[in-house]
Every structure is written in C-alpha cells, then in structure tokens.
Write a protein that binds this ligand. Sequence first.
Ligand code: SF4
Length: 114
Amino acid sequence: MEQLIDISIRLQQISAQMAWLQQQVWQLTMMQGVGYRPSPPQGPTARDASAEERRSYVDQGSCRGCGLCVRVAPRTFRMDPQTGRAVALPEPRDPPSTIQMAVARCPVGAIHYR
Ligand code: SF4
C-alpha cells in the first residue's frame, strides 16, 4: 500500500513539473514571438496584430494569484494549482475585448496582451 502511495505522490510531482515546463515553454514562445518587454507596452505598437495573432502572457513574478483574470476571461486564463498563479492558455478563446477587460482589472498589471 505504501508503494502505491509513493507512486501516486511521484506521479503528482511529475504532473506538476510537466505543467511548470509547459508554462515555461509557453512564456519563452511568447517572448520570442512578440518581443518580450518587462512592462506592458505603452502607446501604439509598430505593427497592430490581428485578433488571431494576439496573445496574452502572465508575468509569474508579478501575479498575486487573486484569480480575477480567470473569472473575467475563463477561456483564456487558468490558475496553476502548483504555483497559485494565473497562466495564459496557449490558445485564448475569449473575445479580445474580454481579455482586455481582464488586463485592465489585474491589480498588479501582470497580464501582457499584444
Ligand atoms: S488578475 Fe492579475 S494578479 Fe490576479 S490572478 Fe490574474 S494575473 Fe494574477
């Protein structure tokens, strides 16, 4: 029985590591794809992205895990149970206006949306 519990715990650890790795890959992809900036972009960008090209990214160092973005745009953000912070899904399914609302309501400006 103890061996089964150990295996179960190990599987949970591996699952958590996989989720973390997926988030890291996503963030690196975002940094390379849209040009990472440490703060939200101000003013017009050099190129306006179409709605399909727009992507969101949650700065894990800034997110406080309040969950507001998930409540506003649940098809774009989810809470990572391992970190307690929000993450952006690779393919956002909320309308841009909803995502922008989530960006505006984030109390710490942790969401980048371009
Ligand atoms: S609203 Fe901002 S601080 Fe709150 S969970 Fe979402 S990204 Fe994190």
